[in-house]
Design a protein around this ligand. Structure first.
Ligand code: F6P
Length: 341
């Protein structure tokens, strides 16, 4: 068979691992593996590259994606053109590693194109899987940064706000913040009460040297909205959030009279080489994809459920984002540790 592989949306640690694992699984069975370049753009523009074993060896250890990706070009309104362009590629099926934007864009084609999905995103907000690859690495970047920043916060008796990614879901702030025992964790699922937050911070001023607050870029106060930093025309999710850490830091400086700074971790969360957990996840998912293709089991996704990599209907990944439930046990952990959440 001639199988295409496409990486869509924002890059995430583990994308190269998926390419290597899927590629090697398929090449072992003498299938041809075609990399679609730059996400959906490669389909529209017929830009592809046949992968060989030299391309694949050692790829898993690198950040980014060997075949490129894009999070600024959707399919909406161009469905017919997309299908025609896909048909021109003469593929027997397409493996897609993507996040919610990529899979919701593919919803109209679930019956038209033989598809297999793999859940990728540092945001960890895909339905149908307990974890997405890229998330563990992003959390490790956050926890390492928070641990390091605590030294400076303590040295100078400062509050430091650390802004992390997470548009509508706060998994990175919660996972990375808990792993580093942050003092405050603000996530979009739990709009914060401004006066409670200020009271909490002020109450620590006498007993703490420094204070670390981990804030999702999409977090907002009760009655407020997330801060839009800028928009990206043509992107399926146009608005890019950002600026909350800077604003909160200035606010705390004035209102709590406690010297504050802010740090935005930004794309560092996406650009690290994958952790061992993410490497294993992509290895197991890649093998699962290879087995599905051998069995002609299309319209499915390789997902992680109840401690193992298994299969789920692809439509599961096409559902709206998976947010942190109000009573999630990680929220309980934060409360038990006295973290403001
Ligand atoms: O990959 C998802 C994500 O990391 C979001 O959390 C973030 O808002 C967005 O990507 C930023 O994407 P970019 O800066 O590449 O447009």
């Amino acid at each position: 068979m001639r199988i295409g592989i496409l990486t869509g949306g924002g890059d995430a640690p583990g994308l190269n691992g998926i390419i290597e694992a899927v590629g090697k699984s398929l090449m072992t069975k003498n299938h041809e593996v075609v990399g679609i370049l730059d996400g959906f753009e490669g389909i529209f523009k017929n830009e592809t590259r046949v992968l060989n074993s030299k391309d694949l060896n050692g790829l898993h250890a690198r950040a980014g994606t060997f075949i490129g990706t894009s999070n600024k070009s959707g399919i909406r309104g161009k469905e017919k053109e997309f299908l025609q362009a896909y048909n021109k590629l003469n593929l027997d099926g397409l493996v897609v590693a993507g996040g919610d934007g990529t899979f919701s864009a593919l919803t109209p084609f679930n019956k038209e194109i033989p598809l297999i999905g793999v859940p990728k995103t540092i945001d960890n907000d895909l339905n149908g899987t307990d974890i997405t690859f890229g998330y563990d690495t992003a959390c490790s970047v956050v926890s390492e940064a928070v641990d390091a920043l605590r030294a400076t916060a303590d040295a100078h008796k400062r509050v430091i706000f650390v802004e992390v990614m997470g548009r509508t879901a706060g998994w990175i702030a919660l996972g990375g913040g808990l792993a580093a025992y942050a003092d405050v964790i603000l996530i979009p699922e739990r709009p914060y009460d401004k006066s409670d937050l200020l009271k909490f911070i002020a109450s620590k001023k006498q007993t703490y040297r420094g204070l670390i607050c981990v804030v999702s870029e999409g977090a907002f106060a009760q009655g407020g909205e997330p801060e839009v930093a800028f928009t990206v025309e043509g992107s399926p999710q146009k608005e890019r959030y950002g600026g909350i850490a800077e604003r909160l830091s200035k606010w705390v400086m004035t209102e709590a009279n406690w010297e504050s700074r802010h740090v935005v971790l930004g794309h560092l969360q996406r650009s690290k080489a994958p952790t061992t957990t993410d490497r294993f996840l992509t290895l197991a998912m890649g093998v699962q994809v290879g087995e599905m293709i051998e069995e002609n089991d299309w319209g499915k996704a390789a997902v992680y459920k109840s401690g193992r990599v298994t299969r789920a209907p692809l439509s599961e990944l096409m559902k709206p984002a998976r947010l942190i439930p109000e009573k999630h046990h990680w929220v309980g952990f934060a409360k038990h540790l006295g973290i403001f959440i």
